[in-house]
Design a protein around this ligand. Sequence first.
Ligand code: SF4
Length: 375
Amino acid sequence: MKTSPGLYIHVPFCVRKCHYCDFYSIPCATGDQTFFLDALDRELAALPDRFFPGTVYMGGGTPSSLSVDNLKRLLKLVGKAVDLYHVQEWSIEVNPGTLTPEKARLLIEAGVNRVSLGVQSFDPENLAFLGRIHTRDEAEAAYLMLREAGFANVGIDLIYGIPGSGHAKLAKDLARVIQLNPEHVSCYCLIFEEGTPLTELRDRDRISEVDDEEELDQYNLIRDALDCAGLRQYEISNFARVGRECRHNLLYWSGGEYIGCGPAAHSHWRGMRYGNVRSLESYCAAFKDKSSPREFEERLEPEAKARETLVMSLRRCDGVDRDFFKKDTGFDYRKLAGDQIDWLCSLELLEERDNRLRLTERGLFVSDSVFAELI
Ligand code: SF4
């Protein structure tokens, strides 16, 4: 059975930029929010006929930084654009420093049923280092606010590999997460993206990246702690209680189709990959001038698409079923990349058992290098 597509909405506002972030976002001035929602309304109205998403994901940026009135309007726009009857999972990313009981209530009343709470760390020094706008207490209060509003599916996002913050602080963060008992946890290693303040500090030798050995040690700590707490690892950086895996992200990790709306949003739809301009001004201007907000578009050749699906699917811990992959893409993964697969298996980075290919424990940690061989 064909999986339903997903709808992604990029809300391009943040209270202020975190020191490590290179996602597209700007400070949240109310006037800009109105222009954004006007343009988004038009983009959503132009969604293809018979586009019935099974998941909606509102990310950014910080969707929860919208004013109450604008958040209400965003929720209404989604309700108008998609048939919510088909939507099994409607997620929103929430920054703990921007949530209020009123916003939490609005979200659940509209039908949002999953929240990804960007805590990143409970440690005050880590929060300051990362440039987060919230405190530890605000993160905990936001989590409880969501529970009080009735959310039964809450994920907590953490960052590890923070310079100057070792094993002990991470263990404390994990212990607190486990006490709070979320349904889902995402743990991403801090990445030094070009053009961010943290990268500038590193390049001026003011801070150093955590070395590979320490990073692996922290990754294993996360995997062990969350596994013991019943949060099963289902993707390189994601853990969930059974049945609480993020369906929208699983769609990305199986090469599924989705349409992204909002500035800088990307889409994969009907054999095409395209992305909107990374500027709110140009995005809004495009809808005003009735021109296209797209910055690029490309047709995916079947073989390139199959390779991409292979790599994306290998992110999942259950790996890739050979027969299913062939049915889905029209390609046998052994014909696509048999030599590379054999070589990666000989290095114990991939394993193939019962007609299924997956990353090994070692492979999980160096997945980017494995994928570079396969793409
Ligand atoms: S809140 Fe999220 S999107 Fe906004 S700057 Fe921080 S990390 Fe980036």
